[in-house]
Design a protein around this ligand. Structure first.
Ligand code: SAH
Length: 249
């Protein structure tokens, strides 16, 4: 098994592959829904096993294309959709977010939670804009500095992990530069990280290690996740995921 296969194997058992909550998804959706009353088309990019896709489907009229690079996640989502009888509202698409086989001007909304950093925020908002109808909405969550100044350890850590990490004001500036009109920004609360992401993750560590016979690779993965959790807890005042909602001008 490669590192990436192991990572998928670990994360596919989770409800979500990043921090978030249905409350925060709905909070972002309210900026969009209040202005629409006809069926809408949404692309949910980097959907993972689809926690937010399901919340969206339960709260909109219309249809969702749920996109992810890894079929293992999409299979989990498809199983949930059958069970919830939502399969008529959501279709899954295995594709690379940096090379999406979508139509120009096809969507009313482009949604993406905790995933755009895989191609970079700037490149993502630039490339995805063409798939939005004029006046369509972008709703993305992205790792964000909550303060201008922060301790060196966390600054160095994130600059290495993701050099595009920035404050909300700079992300909003970027949206404006790329032809979007920003409507809202909010940072997701700590419970989205701890209760909804890290605690369920910690609960899976032992079963995962057993499944992989406590291999070095599996142990390394668990240690890496534990280090991430420690880092988050130590520096949570300075960092979170910001939700950005903007309109294509
Ligand atoms: N939106 C989900 C998953 C976030 S994790 C949630 O919030 O729970 C990021 C997701 O992006 C993962 O599911 C990962 O498989 C997907 N991803 C990573 N690189 C990708 C790419 N190049 N194209 C499409 N999806 C990608």
């Amino acid at each position: 098994m490669t590192d990436i296969e192991l990572l998928i194997d670990f994360h596919k058992e989770a409800d979500r592959q990043g921090p978030g909550s249905s409350e925060e998804t709905l909070k972002a959706l309210r900026f969009i829904q209040s202005k629409k009353n006809k069926p809408i088309k949404i692309a949910d990019i980097g959907c993972g096993t689809g926690a937010q896709t399901i919340t969206l489907a339960e709260n909109i009229e219309g249809e969702i294309t749920a996109v992810d690079l890894f079929p293992e996640f999409l299979e989990k989502l498809e199983a949930k959709l059958k069970e919830l009888e939502l399969d008529h509202k959501i279709k899954t698409l295995k594709a690379d977010m940096a090379n999406l086989p979508l139509q120009e001007n096809e969507f009313d909304v482009i949604w993406s939670e905790g995933a755009i950093y895989f191609m970079g925020f700037e490149e993502g908002i630039k490339q995805w804009k063409k798939f939005l109808k004029p006046g369509g909405y972008l709703a993305v969550s992205e790792i964000t500095w909550l303060t201008e100044s922060k301790p060196k350890e966390i600054e160095d850590h994130w600059n290495k992990e993701y050099p595009e990490i920035d404050t909300a004001s700079n992300k909003i500036k970027q949206l404006e530069k790329d032809g979007y009109s920003p409507l809202a920004y909010f940072a997701i609360p700590e419970s989205c990280w701890i209760e909804n992401y890290y605690q369920p993750m910690q609960a899976r560590f032992n079963a995962f290690l057993d499944k992989h016979n406590h291999s070095e690779m599996a142990k390394n993965l668990v240690e890496m996740e534990k280090a991430e959790i420690r880092m988050y807890k130590k520096y949570k005042k300075y960092i979170s995921c910001g939700f950005y909602i903007a309109k294509k001008v």
